[in-house]
Ligand binder design. Structure first.
Ligand SMILES: *Cc1c(COP(=O)(O)O)cnc(C)c1O
Length: 371
């Protein structure tokens, strides 16, 4: 065995995205103890900067020490009690995973279905709320990475609120890439990931819960059936001021990386970051359209940072992706689930959402497709 030296790739798939050198070098700084006062100070700064990213004042805003999927599980395992009715919107892979979570924790999933490649239809959510007045939660994916559809989180949350339901929102791909206003939109519980539009390393999941959601966690009649993700315990570790109790050993160096990526987000400004993702999308769209390629999602529901395009007839999906990877060091994503083999998913997330990278992606695609 020898040291592992990964090739230098350009990551334009559904995540992880390219990581800025500043974030990578932050990660290589010396490890200190996870209860070291200096480290605890840095944890507080991460929480403050995450509040900015999520646009929230929620005291419980912090990263779970595990990937986006664990943030998803943290929301459902804390908020769903056996017998709870949960309205779940499914328009792609991640909505299906939400349903799986609900059912594993003893909830009853009321499924609202939309076609893959379209946004969640708010009127369907409203109809489900009316048909199930005893439902306690509405759960949906803001940015469906499996298809590239962006749903109207603001409207869906208003419907949930009007019907006395809490909301659980998947913002793994939306955070940092498109507008997201946790407090203004009345989102009760939200989770995200670090490896998509935050351009940080994979393996952390920022979450935020408001007081209404925390009340439900505190007043459960049954214990949270996960020890690691029980927020009552995690809060003792990430809570402010009070003496921190050992819960688990935080991934110290990954948190240095998150801190640096959040400093960079603050420097750039949220709105400028959104504008950069939108501009990269426009540039990609112009180039792909010129090549005669078509998008899966209608223009008004399209997510700038995840572009599903239809694979042209007669083109070998895996062979083209293989050539891009081997000859151009460029990764683009394959289709998932119902779209496997039919589409490519081109990610413009975080540090991958840059003019020069879009230009490179277009040139490489043109070359391998012989256009
Ligand atoms: C990537 C993703 C997840 C899962 O995140 P991991 O870090 O891969 O666990 C969940 N939801 C959506 C919408 C995603 O794009």
């Amino acid at each position: 065995m020898q040291s592992f030296n990964p090739p230098i790739r350009t990551l334009m798939g559904p995540g992880p995205s390219d990581i800025h050198p500043r974030v990578l070098s932050a990660m290589a700084r010396p490890t200190i103890g996870h209860l070291d006062p200096q480290f605890v100070g840095m944890m507080d700064e991460i929480k403050e900067m995450l509040k900015y990213a999520f646009q929230t004042e929620n005291a419980l805003t912090m990263p779970i020490s595990a990937p986006g999927s664990a943030g998803m599980e943290a929301c459902f395992v804390n908020l769903v009690e056996p017998g709870d009715k949960v309205i779940v919107c499914i328009n792609g892979v991640f909505g299906m995973r939400m349903q799986e979570n609900i059912e594993r924790f003893g909830g009853e999933a009321i499924v609202v279905t939309d076609e893959w490649g379209t946004a969640v239809t708010p009127s369907k959510v409203e109809a489900a709320c009316k048909a199930h007045p005893d439902a306690k939660i509405v759960a949906f994916v803001h940015a469906e990475t499996s298809t590239g559809a962006l749903s109207d989180a603001k409207t869906i949350c208003k419907i949930a609120q009007d019907n006395d339901c809490l909301t659980i929102v998947d913002a793994v791909t939306s955070l940092g890439g498109v507008e997201l206003k946790v407090d203004e939109w009345g989102i009760d519980a939200i989770y995200s990931g670090t490896q998509k539009c935050l351009s940080c390393v994979p393996g952390l999941s920022p979450i935020s819960f408001n007081e209404k959601a925390l009340d439900k966690v505190r007043n459960r009649s049954t214990k949270v059936p996960s020890w690691f993700l029980d927020l009552n315990l995690v809060m003792g570790y990430w809570g402010k001021g009070a003496k921190r109790a050992y819960h688990h050993t935080a991934p110290v160096n990954s948190l240095y990386a998150l801190h640096e990526s959040l400093v960079m987000l603050q420097e750039e400004g949220l709105e400028a970051a959104h504008a950069r993702h939108a501009a990269a999308h426009e540039q990609l769209k112009a180039g792909l359209t010129e090549m005669g390629m078509e998008f899966v999602v209608a223009a008004d529901q399209r997510l700038p940072q995840l572009n599903s395009v239809i694979i042209p007839d007669g083109v070998d999906d895996a062979a083209i992706r293989g050539t891009l990877l081997n000859d151009y060091n460029l990764e683009i994503g394959a289709g998932l689930g119902a779209l496997a083999g039919k589409v490519w998913r081109i990610g413009l997330m975080g540090d991958s959402a840059r003019k020069e990278k879009v230009l490179f992606c277009l040139a490489a695609l043109k070359a391998v497709l012989g256009k």
